[in-house]
Design a binder for this molecule. Structure first.
Ligand code: SF4
Ligand code: SF4
Length: 474
């Protein structure tokens, strides 16, 4: 006997599709496979019963039986035995690919929601280096190269605090890392995140000449940005950064410049923010994320607020779709990132690369699962001079594994979500391995929106999806 398996059905422009859980694959239903699945809505049945039920509709018996078998192999149908889980488990010796180098833990802004300095901070930087020195930077590069094993291409993301407060080190690291990787037949690329306050013509030229990807943290037009993104004296940063951003976008032509927005209030105008950053300032892409925080903070968006934000995300996503149908680029990177994961058929064992192909290294050389845990003693995985404590890393990864998140086992969104950000889980629940249950509705609604866009494009402009075959999240 067969019954319905684990999938999420969604509609394209004129086809029906299945999002297959937990494999993360997408399957387009034809008339027969749609009819077979519909048959199971009325209850379990044997293959023979399905054949006899569908014969009057003119399908050939062999075709019906084959389709039942195919849907079973795809796990859209299950038999009495159920299935073993098939998430993509990482190998034990996963080589390092990306290192986030926090070149300083100091910042010249004082954004109240900042996970690094705000009320929810996990960092314990007291007594540790504030700026990474050359020796630590050099050893960090050596560590990345050593731990990248047979990988040909590796990546450093410079981060802070405010990254550009330690620009002299960054500049030296770029030259050193290029030389050292070239000697070993590897290539390296770089990116950085900045609040843009310290950008200068010389820095912009360096970034452009060295193909360094730049993400700028900015929250929108002046009133929105200056609500939280302020200097220690309370003065907003918008007027300082905008001329610098304009120069960055005009002069840095070797990589697209991306804006990263943190939403802090439900009454925010997401479309207005996007339009300002994309059209008035000229960013290539804009990524938007609700603030990560405990629920009792002033800037927490809250459940009802998230519904409002989702409505605006939906509207902006529809604009994305209308652009995509005309083969035009739209810069709402949240959609592009999710389409990429859907197109690549990703089914995650862990929510992100933290502690797997990615680690964060702080100014002191301490290694953390990612940049958000840098300088936190309780999350320290090791030091670049001595390497990673394998037991601590195993504990972190074990907690974060989707297989150990009880609440997620029956959720159809788990191939992409895998329980959500370890850092957010720690801030909310005090455990990096806790499922982020406060945003399940958001994740599932958002995934539904993106499945709809995927299906419409698969039907109406499938070539548009090809660009997502190897895109990485921005
Ligand atoms: S955290 Fe929620 S949305 Fe994410 S996989 Fe778990 S149950 Fe699903
Ligand atoms: S999703 Fe969270 S844990 Fe993962 S890399 Fe990002 S901030 Fe770190």
């Amino acid at each position: 006997m067969y019954s319905t398996g684990e999938y999420r059905e969604f509609a394209g422009a004129d086809s029906r599709f299945l999002y297959l859980v937990p494999s993360g694959g997408i399957f387009q239903l034809d008339e027969l496979s749609g009819a077979v699945l519909d048959r199971f809505r009325t209850g379990a049945a044997s293959a023979e019963q399905v054949v006899s039920d569908l014969l009057p509709r003119g399908f050939a018996p062999d075709d019906i039986a084959e389709t039942v078998q195919e849907l079973f192999e795809l796990r859209a149908l299950r038999d009495g035995k159920g299935f073993e889980n098939i998430v993509q488990e990482p190998p034990a010796d996963f080589p390092l690919q990306t290192l986030v180098m926090n070149v300083t833990n100091q910042c010249n802004l004082s954004c109240q929601y900042c996970y690094e300095f705000g009320a929810d901070k996990v960092a314990t930087p007291e007594g540790k280096a504030k700026f990474m020195d050359w020796e630590t930077g050099r050893q960090t590069v050596d560590y990345l190269i050593r731990e990248s094993g047979s990988r040909k291409n590796i990546h450093i993301t410079f981060f802070g605090g405010e990254t550009l407060m330690n620009f002299p080190l960054l500049k030296k690291i770029v030259g050193y890392a290029r030389d050292e990787t070239a000697k070993r037949g590897k290539t390296i690329d770089f990116s950085l995140t900045t609040n843009a306050t310290l950008l200068s013509t010389a820095i912009i030229e360096f970034l452009s000449e060295n193909d360094i990807g730049v993400t700028v943290s900015i929250d929108g037009p002046k009133a929105t940005n200056d609500q939280f993104r302020v200097f220690p004296n309370g003065r907003g940063s918008y007027d300082i950064i905008v001329p610098k951003i304009r120069e960055l976008i005009a002069r840095h032509r070797s990589r697209p410049i991306v804006a990263r927005v943190t939403l802090t209030t439900p009454d925010v105008d997401v479309l207005g923010i996007y339009k300002h950053l994309k059209h008035d300032l000229g960013f290539y892409e804009v990524g938007i994320a609700p603030v990560t925080t405990s629920p009792d903070r002033l800037y927490s968006i809250g459940e009802r607020g998230m519904d409002k934000v989702l409505d605006q995300f939906r509207a902006l996503s529809q604009e994305y779709l209308s652009f995509a149908l005309k083969n035009q680029h739209h810069g709402f990177s949240n959609v592009s990132d999710t389409l990429s994961e859907l197109h690549q058929g990703i089914s995650k064992s862990h929510p992100c690369g933290a502690g797997l192909g990615l680690v964060g290294v702080g100014p002191s050389g301490d290694i953390a699962p990612c940049h958000r845990f840098v300088d936190s003693d309780i999350h320290k995985l090791g030091h670049i001079s001595t390497g990673i404590d394998t037991a601590r890393k195993a504990d972190f990864l074990d907690r974060g594994n989707i297989g150990n998140k009880y609440d997620c086992q029956t959720c159809w969104a788990r191939p992409l979500c895998a329980g959500g950000c370890h850092h957010e889980a720690f801030v909310r629940y005090g455990d990096t391995g806790h499922a982020n249950l406060h945003y399940c509705d958001w994740i599932r609604d958002w995934t539904d929106i993106c499945l709809g866009i995927y299906g419409t494009l698969a039907d109406s402009n499938p070539r548009f999806l090809n660009q997502f075959a190897d895109r990485k999240a921005q």
